[in-house]
Design a protein around this ligand. Structure first.
Ligand code: 5GP
Length: 348
């Protein structure tokens, strides 16, 4: 990771809304996992991509397969989740929505229910230990696994939403965007929405998803991940943009991830520019801070240096992200108060 981040961005209180658990595992945690599982022969270079390197999206997805081999027990998940939460807190993130795909591992006896329970336990332990961050969880539906698994995952999310006192707030749709079609997942996502879960959907991450995006925007989702190819300048359409604007659906934007994964040619051409200039709610996020060797302070600094944003503009961006969270109104108010209290110190 680039440690050359100005004090302002480190101290800036931040909201992280798009972080995949297994993509967020840091170098230090990865070392511990590799040491635990030497027999797998996994090297550090197989679990992360330096942010000056470029990969195809497919190569990026291969990295997750390697990480999943290293994270396959309750013990691993607890350690990984606690480390990730602490690292976000250390980076000045005050509210985090973490997302992850429940996995079962026959070899270790891990079940999908245990998987989610363990992440929630990690959130609770961090809270008990006084880590200065509010964390909520989104249960991820992997689009590669089709209709039945999507429905099963939504049921799991509903059960946890009802029993965890607001820790589970929604459902994410992710996984390789070149595989599967949203029409097969629509019923599960609609059921989630009707049941009170918020929807954060990866949409138009690759150019070929116009029809799918048009369909899924009818739900409508509560937030959009990436949305790289929604606007007409890159082959999307004004109809899609109008739907997003009309429903005021915030976008979760991940600069380094998109440039390293080459869905965006360079930072200056990132679609942050398009949406930000429309005045549309746009939230800077990391996506996979471990895999892409970044952190949220770095992403904010990158947005500022690429698009010429002042400290004042960056502060506003970070503060406005609070309204894009799936937190209850009371917590949003508390976060806004925290931002107000920190402002004189950070913006001096
Ligand atoms: P996990 O769900 O295992 O905690 O995190 C890794 C998973 O998140 C990946 O296997 C993939 O399904 C999803 N993921 C991570 N980054 C991206 C991304 O940039 N795009 C999409 N579509 N999915 C992602």
């Amino acid at each position: 990771m680039d440690n050359d981040v100005d004090k302002f961005y480190r101290e800036l209180p931040k909201v992280e809304l798009h972080a995949h658990l297994n993509g967020s595992v840091s170098f230090q945690t990865m070392e511990k996992l590799i040491a635990r599982k030497k027999h797998l022969g996994i090297e550090r270079s197989m679990t992360a991509i330096r942010n000056d390197q470029r990969r195809t999206l497919d190569e990026c997805f291969q990295v997750f397969k390697v990480i999943h081999q290293l994270v396959d027990t309750e013990e691993d998940i607890l350690m990984v989740a606690k480390d990730v939460i602490r690292e976000f807190a250390d980076d000045g993130v005050r509210y985090l929505e973490l997302r992850s795909t429940p996995r079962e591992e026959k070899n270790t006896g891990l079940t999908k229910t245990k998987y989610v329970e363990t992440i929630l336990e990690a959130i609770q332990q961090c809270k008990n230990e006084g880590v200065d961050i509010d964390v909520r969880f989104l249960v991820a539906v992997d689009r590669r696994n089709g209709t039945e698994v999507a429905i099963e995952t939504v049921k799991l999310a509903e059960e946890f939403m009802l029993t965890t006192d607001g820790l589970v707030v929604g459902v994410d749709l992710s996984g390789d965007p070149t595989v599967g079609h949203g029409r097969d997942l629509f019923p599960a996502l609609e059921k989630a929405k009707n049941g009170g879960l918020k929807l954060a959907l990866h949409l138009s991450e690759v150019p070929s998803q116009l029809e799918e995006s048009e369909l899924l925007l009818n739900l409508p989702p509560d937030r959009i991940g990436h949305g790289t190819f929604l606007h007409p300048e890159v082959g999307g359409s004004q109809i899609l943009v109008d739907k997003v604007v009309k429903n005021n659906i915030p976008l979760e934007l991940c600069l380094t991830s998109n440039v390293v994964g080459q869905t965006v040619p360079c930072y200056s051409k990132h679609h942050f520019q398009y949406w930000y200039h429309l005045g549309h709610p746009s939230v800077i996020c990391t996506d996979d801070k471990g895999v892409f060797c970044t952190d949220l302070s770095h992403e904010y600094q990158l947005a500022a240096s690429t698009f010429g944003l002042s400290h004042e503009a960056i502060w506003k961006l970070s503060q406005e992200a609070i309204d894009c969270t799936f937190a209850p109104e009371t917590l949003k108010q508390q976060l806004k108060q925290k931002w107000n209290e920190l402002r004189p110190h950070v913006c001096q």
